[in-house]
Design a protein around this ligand. Structure first.
Ligand SMILES: [Zn+2]
Length: 349
């Protein structure tokens, strides 16, 4: 029978094989066009150059060894990032583009992708940092456990490399900043300003700095694998084949350039940085936001705005310029119903 790598090289794309259930978990490896390919499991591919050559761009070029993890479809219905990943792998395996930095490509929730749903049983992006061991086993716990294993082996293999992880998503909710990134909180780590520049090349308009630990994929790679892990939100969810491709050109192009050790060519505006000012915690069953359900992420409120009612209590904003992110009334008492964030100046020198 034809191997998966042979099919990918000559006749199929990853997405064809994944959606038709023809991507077995069997381990495979092959050298194709001076690149070593390794299939770890269904939808998990590693690629490295036979010789790790660097382009030296000018005398000040820093010759840093880098490795990348690019993941998409952690939520199965977020098709645009899945198509981006599919296109990049396709171009690489057919020698239409080159790769310098070793890269691990991960398609997340494949069962969800096949059914066009976000998840089968559980939100996969809440199951990292070992959380998958703490709930009843399901498809998503298996995937989270597998990704942690494969990523940590990849890290061990490239211990002397700077590891960068882009976890690509699209959102259900509209956002005042169409494309934004979430920078996980890890104590005492230096800001990776080069990655911030790269995010801007990808078209990211805003960067939200987290203020506490999470159980997301990018938090896992940041904290446990010492990577610069980033959750990247690329805009609105559409079905497969219906994504406005031009909206994702900058992201795809930049990723292709980065793994090829080329300086990103896409020029975009400086991103606005936000810090989390506070979390809104639900204290009673009668919790209600005082704004429309369709209010976009990053909508700004003036001081004194009545923002929500929680039981008997009405809460008003106590300063100007607060913005709401991820509002969700339907959470359990004691859980977070949203974040209030505020613009901050970041020293990037
Ligand atoms: Zn998502």
């Amino acid at each position: 029978m034809e191997s998966t790598l042979t099919k990918l090289q000559f006749s199929h794309t990853c997405l064809d094989l994944l959606l038709s259930d023809n991507f077995p978990p069997t381990k495979e490896s092959a050298t194709i066009n001076e690149m070593n390919w390794l299939i770890h499991d269904t939808g998990i591919l590693e690629c490295s150059a036979v010789a790790e050559k660097f382009h030296l761009n000018g005398k000040n070029a820093k010759n840093v060894k880098k490795a990348y993890i690019i993941s998409a479809g952690i939520h199965g219905n977020e098709t645009a990032p899945i198509e981006i990943l599919n296109d990049i792998i396709n171009k690489l395996i057919r020698a239409e583009t080159q790769l310098v930095h070793p890269t691990l490509f991960i398609f997340g929730n494949i069962e969800g992708m096949k059914k066009s749903v976000r998840e089968i049983e559980y939100n996969l992006n809440r199951l990292f940092c070992g959380r998958h061991q703490k709930i009843a086993p399901c498809y998503e716990t298996q995937r989270a456990e597998l990704f942690e294993k494969v990523c940590s082996e990849f890290r061990d293999k490239y211990l002397d490399h700077d590891l960068i992880h882009f976890d690509l998503h699209t959102a259900i909710k509209e956002s005042a900043h169409e494309k934004f990134a979430i920078y996980p909180f890890v104590e005492k780590r230096e800001l990776n300003t080069e990655v911030l520049d790269n995010l801007e090349s990808m078209g990211i308009e805003a960067i939200l700095f987290s203020n506490k630990k999470a159980t997301t994929f990018s938090h896992y790679t940041s904290e446990f694998l010492k990577a610069c892990g980033i959750t990247v939100e690329l805009g609105k969810v559409h079905p497969f084949g219906q994504n406005p491709r031009e909206s994702f050109v900058a992201c795809k192009q930049t990723l292709i350039e980065l793994i090829a050790d080329k300086k990103p060519t896409m020029k975009n505006k400086k991103a606005i940085a936000y810090n989390v000012k506070c979390e809104i915690i639900k204290k009673s069953e009668d919790f209600k936001f005082n704004f429309d359900k369709n209010t976009k992420n990053f909508t700004r409120f003036d001081k004194g705005t009545h923002l929500y009612t929680d039981g008997e209590q009405q809460w008003h904003t106590d300063e100007d310029g607060l913005r709401i992110v991820f509002p969700n009334e339907k959470v359990a008492i004691g859980e977070r119903t949203g974040l209030l964030v505020k613009e901050v100046l970041v020293d990037r020198n």
